[in-house]
Design a protein around this ligand. Structure first.
Ligand code: NAD
Length: 491
């Protein structure tokens, strides 16, 4: 383990950080990173924990030893090298486990261009992706409900969205950025993505100094791929953010060059975005830049701005001087093809220097880590106005509708039947393809009138007795009179 001895960042007391050296190229790039930041003045006390392949092999499916949590709880900062995730056998993604267990809601991935020193078609790009890190389809709440149908629950919450959107605007202010763009698919997912968009608009209004724009994800992605230089900070729900952050990293040259920060209220994790690259492990070929850039984000997080700036500018100068590892080596701009060790030494030799062409980096304006306090809100008036009941059914639409009409009543009438979201009753058309998963919507004849929970329970019992056991239900609520549910397509 690299010791941090000289020259320490005078601006702060030593900070304990948890360090995980990972698998594959992990130990090599971690050693290189620790050596560079120590030489650059990082004043850290590292505590090593074991994670990854060897822990999985002991049968610990989370990939992290139970005792390691104590170190994380104590230091609240983790610098993590990539790990090898065994395929299948019920192993859990360690990244998802750590992020969710510690509430690391924000994933921050800067993707600047290093043109002309690293080849890219988009030399003027300088994007930061702010990805929501805990919600959306990543809850892993999946069910198989019938022979033919599986589902995954997409959860978008108001506090989760508000935290990430506020974080994006606060980050933009700190980093002197002028625009925040948000992508969703709220023309289709009006409740979930609709909430994300609505909260984005609400929060944006509190930051009049920063331009805000919302784009539907499809055209947004097309524009990002074609003209990334028109974007600045992007804030995205989890799945879109996962995909677009790799796209953005690749647009500016290489996923091997990007670091990322996972930020929670009390704890943060810093890493490279690439994997453990077992194909080049132990060969002194790996580019340590992704982990180094993650470590620089860590230094700013713990307030060691001088060291962060010194290391970052020396690294930019090294890239600019054409000292390149094999993954970014290009004979037309590179001067020397180097291994991990030589690259690290080259960065250390340039400590105190600044890039001549690439933009000099400053971090002093960053201040303390961004803390998000959510405003308190009054609760909306919530009323039950119906129920969607799902059935596993292999008969015809007409037979199902007849049985539903016959067994409803008691203040609940059949409003519609859908199959895969498409209305098939009343007034369906014969061409609609149907599977064995049907939704029947029951409401009062006056659909805005409240119904009681007991009415819905009585309906479910009656339908079950008639040979129609439900496979799932969803209550239909209004909130301050506004429907909290979508209409069927074609309704
Ligand atoms: P990878 O990122 O490890 O490698 C993809 C390609 O990029 C390989 O050719 C590799 O040699 C190259 N590469 C990656 N990092 C490099 C670097 N720093 N310098 C030079 N070349 C580099 O992706 P993969 O091969 O799909 O995954 C390998 C393992 O890593 C898998 O077990 C996967 O589950 C794991 N993984 C871990 C993380 C993480 O811990 N955060 C992230 C992604 C993948």
């Amino acid at each position: 383990m690299q010791e941090f001895d000289t020259p320490a960042d005078k601006s702060s007391a030593p900070v304990s950080v948890t360090v995980a050296r990972g698998d594959g190229i992990g130990p090599e790039i971690m050693d290189a990173t620790l050596k560079i930041i120590a030489a650059g003045g990082a004043n850290l006390v590292p505590e090593e924990i074991k994670i990854g392949e060897k822990v999985y092999e002991k049968g610990i499916t989370s990939g992290i030893e139970p005792g390691a949590w104590d170190s994380l709880r104590k230091t609240r900062v983790l610098l993590k090298a990539p790990i090898t995730t065994p395929q299948g056998k019920g192993y859990k993604s360690l990244n998802v486990t750590i992020r969710k267990a510690f509430g690391m809601f924000a994933n921050i991935r800067p993707c600047p261009s290093y043109a002309p020193f690293v080849a890219t078609k988009h030399p003027d790009t300088d994007i930061v992706i702010v990805r929501e890190n805990e919600e959306d389809l990543y809850g892993g709440i999946e069910h198989r409900q019938t022979e033919d149908v599986t589902q995954c629950l997409k959860l978008i919450t108001r506090p989760g969205t508000e935290k990430i959107v506020r974080y994006a605007f606060e980050y933009a202010r700190r980093a002197n950025r002028s625009k925040v763009s948000c992508f969703t698919k709220d023309n289709i997912m009006k409740q979930t993505d609709g909430l994300f968009h609505r909260v984005f608009d609400e929060v944006a209004a509190e930051y009049p100094d920063i331009e805000a724009e919302h784009l539907i994800i499809d055209i947004g992605t097309a524009r990002l791929a074609n003209t990334p230089e028109r974007f600045d900070v992007l804030v995205l729900p989890n799945l879109y953010g996962d995909i677009l952050s790799d796209v953005a990293a690749e647009l500016v040259g290489s996923v091997g060059m990007a670091g990322s920060a996972n930020i929670g209220d009390n704890i943060a994790m810093f890493e490279a975005i690439h994997g453990s690259a077992p194909d080049i492990a132990g060969k002194n070929l790996a580019n340590p830049s992704g982990l180094l850039l993650g470590a620089i984000q860590m230094l700013t997080h713990v307030g060691q701005f001088e060291a962060a700036e010194r290391v970052h500018n020396a690294w930019l100068k090294t890239v600019e001087d054409g000292i390149h590892t094999a993954d970014i080596y290009n004979p037309s701009v590179s001067k020397e093809k180097v291994g991990t060790d030589r690259f690290s030494d080259a960065v250390i030799e340039r400590l105190g220097e600044s890039p001549a062409h690439l933009k000099h980096v400053t971090y002093r304006s960053f201040g303390k880590p961004i803390k998000i306090d959510l405003p308190t809100r009054s609760l909306a008036k919530k009323e039950l106005v119906g129920i969607d009941v799902f059935f596993d059914w292999r008969g015809s639409t007409e037979e199902l509708a007849e049985a539903m009409e016959k067994n409803s009543g008691n203040g609940l009438s059949l409003v519609m039947i859908t199959n895969r979201g498409q209305k098939v009753y009343p007034d369906g058309i014969p061409e609609t393809f149907c599977v064995d998963h049907w939704r029947c919507r029951f409401q009062n004849e006056n659909t805005t009138d409240p119904v009681s929970q007991n009415q819905t329970i009585a309906l479910l019992a009656k339908l079950s007795d008639a040979g129609f056991p439900f496979i799932k239900t969803e209550c239909l609520y209004t909130f301050d009179g506004q429907p909290g549910f979508s209409l069927g397509q074609g309704q």
